[in-house]
Design a protein around this ligand. Structure first.
Ligand SMILES: O=C(O)CCC(=O)C(=O)O
Ligand SMILES: [Fe+2]
Length: 316
């Protein structure tokens, strides 16, 4: 398969203009159908939108640069017993990758969390970092939940959207990938499916994300600077009774530029069960996943890492 054919497989959806603002509009309903098509066929799409202005993205990548340049000792102060929350420094499995995962404790808003994170990293204060983080976190969260609304409406389960969001949190992750040594391409992040519900990511124009297609080929997915990539996680795949794909993806690094990405990862709150809605079960689509709690699935996964973790854990 040639590079052009592979590029043709990447679904691009245009959400620029007002489309995300008027949920009663005809165009909105049309876009809900396109979102569902893309997620059923590919499990991801690249979306153009104007929710995060260019200047804010640039400020965010500058802020991330300053954050990851802090001494290891400072970055390591951000610690948590929950998976994917702490500062994760370089490790033998992913020597080019560092990340932070910032989440909101129940009842604590995005702004308070951003302020507490900033104070920990810069005890003397860093108001511009804090404002940028607050703004990007809340815009990415809104985008994540808006795409979920489109998914729910596209399946005729719009009435389940509000209870779903009431039972959700979103982790905001900041990631850095170093330049690979000796000019050789190297793995930045090992192949995986996201375990959460829905992920939405932006990158600093240093390409590296690759998504496995149905022919078993990793397709490089560039995310333009007026766009984000939306990826279905295992939990949404399960909710949809297996209709949506949760694509395997990885990050490959090459060239001489550092890569930065940030994203919003929505997931069920502690104790909330994911269950296939009745509307998605019929003779042609018998129930394929039992109800499960995300935290219990994660606990299972970290002890039994496998590509088929969802099928083994929750498959019927
Ligand atoms: O950095 C990226 O573009 C991808 C990150 C990713 O796949 C993840 O954090 O799950
Ligand atoms: Fe991922």
């Amino acid at each position: 398969m040639g590079t052009d054919e592979v590029q043709d497989e990447i679904p691009f959806l245009d959400f620029s203009g007002e489309v995300l603002d008027d949920f009663t509009d005809e165009r909105w309903r049309e876009m809900c159908g396109q979102v569902r098509d893309a997620l059923e066929t590919h499990g991801f799409f690249v979306m153009y939108h104007d929710k995060i202005p260019k200047s804010l993205r640039e400020d965010m990548f500058k802020a991330m640069n300053a954050l990851f340049d802090l001494p290891e000792e400072t970055k390591s102060k951000y610690a948590s017993s929950k998976p994917y929350r702490s500062y994760m420094g370089e490790s033998p499995a992913v020597p080019l990758h560092q990340s932070f995962g910032i989440d909101n404790e129940p009842g604590i808003d995005v702004d308070t969390t951003a302020q507490a994170f900033t104070n920990l990293m810069w005890p003397q204060g860093n108001p511009s970092f804090c404002e940028t983080l607050k703004s990007v976190t809340s815009k990415m969260l809104e985008l994540n939940y808006t795409i979920l609304k489109m998914v729910f409406e596209s399946f005729g389960t719009g009435k389940l959207y509000v209870p779903h969001i009431q039972g959700s949190i979103a982790l905001f992750r900041l990631m850095k990938y170093k330049v690979p040594p000796n000019n050789e391409a190297a793995v930045g992040l090992i192949p995986h499916t996201d375990k959460n519900v829905l992920s939405i990511l932006c990158e600093n124009n240093v390409q590296g994300l690759e998504i496995l297609n149905k022919d078993g080929v990793y397709v490089p997915v560039g995310v333009p600077d007026n766009a984000s990539v939306v990826i279905v996680g295992d939990t949404l795949k399960a909710w949809s009774n297996g209709r949506l794909k949760a694509p395997k993806h990885r990050v490959m690094m090459s060239g001489n530029k550092e890569r930065y990405s940030f994203g919003s990862f929505s997931m069920p709150k502690e104790g909330v069960a994911t269950e296939v809605p009745n509307e998605l079960v019929d003779d042609d689509h018998p129930l394929v996943y039992r109800p499960f709690k995300f935290s219990e699935f994660m606990a299972y996964f970290v002890n039994n890492i496998s590509d088929d973790a969802l099928e083994i854990y929750a498959g019927i």
